[in-house]
Design a protein around this ligand. Structure first.
Ligand code: NAP
Length: 241
């Protein structure tokens, strides 16, 4: 890497976001760790700094338009750049026992919970892309990773959990349409499924660690100039939409 890259990782206080922030810092990036809980994000950043990594905490709720605008303003004012955006923050409020999918049925879900999930998992990434791509264009380089899920795959769509599934399908659509608009630019965008990982969201029965899940996200964040754009990947391999 020539100049040091500035990476923005949302939802970086724990789970996959924390692992991605750590790995991007280890790869030489300066990482802006974004979280909505001030104490949690500051503690996480302090721990990584104690390990010698270059990270800065930033408090923002990514569903808040004003907070996203303030984040972009800070990037411009303090760093003058933004090279990597990892849209990792996400929620799964209808989460329930995976052995009991009927509890998450289309016929039982609260549409308001679906709307809140869509706001966090699909609209917030859209807002962040709108706020940060102009900075990427200025430096003629950019990588965006939308952290998606196999639960958003239309090709493998099952029943239950409509809020989460619809929000990740929408995030995948956002990935495709942003890639189409960025086709002639040096900014790449891809969706990544980390696999089912042991985090607060994934639960303790998941087969993968957060560290394992983070690898495919970091791969997409550091793609070389001849790397893909507009794809959906797991562990660096293309998967079906
Ligand atoms: N774990 C899995 O098996 C799995 C599988 C496929 C995809 N994913 C995706 O991977 C991403 C990370 O998931 P995870 O498993 O690491 O989940 P997690 O442990 O629940 O962490 C999610 C993080 O996002 C933050 N966040 C949520 N809403 C936010 C908002 N509005 N503004 C700022 N931060 C917000 C949370 O902060 P708070 O503490 O404030 O809530 C938390 O730090 C998500 O997009 C998820 O959908 C996970």
């Amino acid at each position: 890497m020539l100049a040091q890259k500035l990476a923005v990782v949302t939802g970086a206080a724990r789970g996959l976001g924390l692992a991605v922030a750590r790995d991007l810092a280890a790869a030489g990036c300066l990482v802006l760790m974004v979280g909505r809980n001030a104490e949690a994000i500051e503690n996480a950043a302090r721990e990584l700094r104690a390990g010698g990594q270059q990270v800065v905490a930033h408090v923002a709720d990514v569903t808040d338009a004003g907070a996203v605008a303030a984040l972009a303003a800070r990037l411009r004012r303090e760093f003058g750049r933004a090279d990597i955006l990892v849209n990792n923050a996400g929620i799964f409020p209808e989460r329930t026992d995976f052995a009991q999918p009927q509890a998450g049925s289309v016929f039982a879900v609260d549409p308001e919970a679906v709307a809140a999930t869509y706001t966090a998992n699909a609209l917030a990434p859209l807002r962040l892309i709108q706020a940060i791509v102009p900075l990427m264009r200025e430096n003629a380089w950019g990588r965006i990773v939308n952290v998606s899920s196999a639960m958003g795959q239309l090709s493998a769509m099952g029943g239950a959990w409509p809020g989460y599934r619809m929000s990740k399908a929408a995030l995948n659509a956002l990935t495709r349409l942003t890639a189409a608009e960025l086709e002639a630019s040096p900014v790449k965008i891809n969706a990544v499924c980390p696999g089912w990982c042991r985090t607060e969201m994934g639960g303790k029965d998941a087969p993968r660690s957060a560290d394992e899940g983070a690898k495919g996200i970091v791969w997409a964040a550091l793609l070389p100039d001849d790397g893909p754009s507009g794809g959906f990947f797991r562990d660096g391999e293309a998967i079906e939409w």
